[in-house]
Ligand binder design. Structure first.
Ligand code: GDP
Length: 420
């Protein structure tokens, strides 16, 4: 036993109000196998205080790797959603299989994400698999930021990794950090928006902020200038300010980077070393600053009686949710839902719109790294696991029986996996 699987269940009445929806990020981590997705996830959960036990990939105790088979194979097979809280935001991390063999799962995960971090290896740059997951994310319109990982490795080169991103994935990478030190000597980054240095000591200490090191000051100014020019070229508001002042403020840059991320016109690039725990705080800050909340994404589309319907992320609208994962666990048959509209309460009867079957929601769980927290309700925009549905499969729509809606045609048979 790893000791990291959810063990206890707590009950709380806590739920999200509409206002709080703006603080939710439904986030996926996309990567080529081995780029460091598991390590990045692990460090995020660690930082967000969602887990107090620190797992290492090679010890097989990583918190998102629930399944023994998965640990044995060293690849992430089963999508699972894990919630954590960071800086007043709830981050629901939706695990996305990095392996091409699990393509259906990738598609379903991408459907329920509002944004993603694409992780690259600073030595290998863009690899064939990163390209295929990237195209899928394009098709699903998932806004992304990039994290160039493993900057501590011998041969790591941010500029060449960014070059491969530019050539193969995105014409407008916008690098917002300058690394401090190289390879083994990689100790931190200069934040080019605030022109401040963030460094990490060895061990578990957090980021220490300070002035830009003198020897990097000129290079930092040069790169800040390049960033401003690139942003001004892409963003009308920024262009106006740039023409007027021949410079951009940090606030204008941040707003423009958020807009460009959400439209997909620009790709914010950060860097670090997940293994050394360097660069994770600024990555989370960028997730919160640039990637959309459920309120920022277009209403979901579905059909009813041959007609199309749109549902916004409104807790007062009729309930509709998509099942994106079903896992058999010691706690029971966990049905993972993305709630798109309305509110679901414990005890409710819902309709599986494709199968035309009624299911009961007997419990609603927020899955955290080391425990399940039971909640009374879940609202539009949120991701939870429910217990009660007996037959609903990945791809099914669960909705209010009085307001049926089909979010996706019933999917092909998707076996329930056992995670005893
Ligand atoms: P995944 O397959 O994308 O989930 O990648 P993992 O997180 O399992 O990482 C693959 C390997 O790379 C593991 O041996 C990690 O310890 C290692 N790794 C992950 N991040 C870093 C990093 O920042 N630097 C170095 N040097 N190794 C890393």
């Amino acid at each position: 036993s790893t000791g990291t699987r959810p063990t206890g269940t707590r009950t709380t009445t806590g739920t999200l109000s509409t206002g709080a929806l703006s603080t939710v990020r439904n986030l996926g981590i996309l990567a080529h196998v081995d780029a460091g997705k598991t390590t990045v996830t692990e460090r995020i959960l660690y930082l967000a205080g969602a887990t107090h036990k620190r797992g290492e990939v090679h010890h097989g105790t990583t918190v998102t790797d629930f399944d023994p088979q998965e640990r044995d194979r060293g690849i992430t097979i089963f999508a699972a959603a894990v919630s954590c809280d960071w800086d007043g935001h709830r981050i629901n991390l939706i695990d996305t299989p990095g392996h091409v063999d699990f393509s259906d799962e990738v598609e379903r995960s991408l459907r329920v994400l509002d944004g993603a971090v694409a992780v690259f290896d600073a030595v290998a740059g863009v690899e064939p698999q990163s390209e295929s997951v990237w195209r899928k994310a394009d098709r699903h319109g998932v806004p992304r930021i990039a994290f160039v990982n493993k900057l501590d490795r011998a041969g790591a080169d941010l500029d060449s990794a960014v070059g491969s991103i530019r050539r193969r994935l995105h014409p407008a990478p916008l690098v917002v950090q300058l690394p401090i030190g190289q390879e083994d000597g990689f100790t931190g980054v200069v934040d080019l928006l605030r022109m401040r240095a963030l460094t990490w000591a060895d061990g578990q200490g957090g980021a220490v902020e300070g002035p830009v090191p003198a020897e990097l000051a000129e290079e930092a100014r040069r790169r800040r200038r390049l960033l401003e020019e690139a942003v001004a070229e892409l963003h009308p508001g920024a262009l106006e300010e740039f023409c007027e002042h021949s410079a951009l403020s940090a606030a204008t840059l941040a707003t423009a980077l958020r807009d460009l991320t959400r439209t997909g016109e620009g790709l914010v690039v950060l860097c670090g070393s997940a293994y050394r725990n360097r660069g994770i705080e600024p990555l989370l800050a960028a997730v919160v600053a640039y990637l959309p909340s459920p309120l920022d994404v277009p209403p979901v589309r579905g059909t009813h009686g041959g007609g199309e319907q749109r549902r916004a992320a409104d807790p007062a609208a009729p309930f509709a949710a998509l099942v994106f994962k079903v896992n058999s666990t010691a706690t029971g048959r966990l049905t993972y839902l993305r709630v798109y509209s309305g509110t679901i309460e414990k005890g409710a009867a819902v309709l599986d719109a494709g199968a035309r079957r009624t299911e009961r929601i007997s419990r609603i769980l927020r899955v955290q790294a080391d425990r399940h927290t039971e909640v009374d309700r879940a609202v539009a925009g949120d991701i939870v696991a429910v217990i009660g549905p007996k037959a609903a499969r990945a791809g099914a729509t669960l909705c209010l029986p009085a307001a049926p809606l089909l979010l996706e045609p019933p999917s092909v048979a998707d076996p329930v996996v056992s995670v005893a």
